[in-house]
Ligand binder design. Structure first.
Ligand code: ZN
Length: 220
């Protein structure tokens, strides 16, 4: 998924307002951020075929370190432990653990069967939602829309920028998602990991900034 992962981060802010939206988005996007790092480092690989939409052009069979269930559990544990050591807040740590793991669940829903369980296993899972664009628009788009509204209602802007920066980046993410879902493959396959890692890092930075611009305590 794409905006579905951001939706988890936005909705989780309502569940646990003590966590920064930035940390929540970092958690929900952790598998894709690691994917970018591992591809740049040459540990994981991706090939692009021709065709429209990531479900058709993406051949990402080699992403077991970032996208297997076992490794995602490990990354989730590491992030939750790091947070706990810093803040000593068990509930926040558990929420982060769940948010990191949600990535596997959502990718399992959207990917064709290419999601591994653990390094060394050769069975792959996936319901393939993204192969049917209308269904993806309804399911993932619906979830995204609900989460965008939930976050907007659970927080309030401290300054006008809290409105503009929120809605303009929501629009950018929505367009980037649609382009991934239905658009052509990247022109430069070698640059693709760097472009996507930069884009997702900027999205995490936006989420930390939003957390500054919008306050979670209603009405004050
Ligand atoms: Zn992913």
């Amino acid at each position: 998924m794409f905006v579905g992962h951001f939706a988890v981060g936005l909705a989780a802010k309502r569940v646990e307002p003590a966590l920064s939206l930035g940390t929540l988005v970092l958690a929900s996007m952790m598998a894709d951020l690691l994917w970018g790092i591992f591809m740049i480092a040459g540990i994981e690989h991706v090939q692009f075929k021709s065709g429209m939409g990531a479900a058709n052009y993406l051949a990402a069979s080699d992403f077991v370190m970032s996208h297997s269930l076992l490794m995602d559990g490990l990354w989730a544990g590491l992030l939750a432990a790091a947070y706990f050591l810093r803040r000593r807040y068990p509930r926040g740590a558990w929420v982060l653990f769940g948010v990191v793991l949600s990535h596997w669940l959502l990718d399992w829903i959207s990917h064709r069967p290419d999601m591994p369980l653990a390094p060394g296993t050769h069975r792959y899972f996936g319901l393939g939602l993204w192969a049917c664009i209308p269904a993806a628009l309804i399911v993932e788009g619906g979830f995204w829309l609900v989460a965008v509204i939930v976050y907007a209602r659970a927080t309030h802007p401290k300054k006008r920028a809290g409105v503009y920066v929120y809605w303009s980046v929501v629009a950018v993410l929505t367009l980037a998602w649609y382009n991934n879902l239905a658009g052509p493959p990247p022109r430069d396959a070698r640059m693709a990991p760097i472009v996507s890692f930069t884009f997702f890092s900027l999205a995490v930075a936006w989420a930390y900034w939003m957390n500054q611009l919008r306050s979670a305590d209603a009405g004050t």
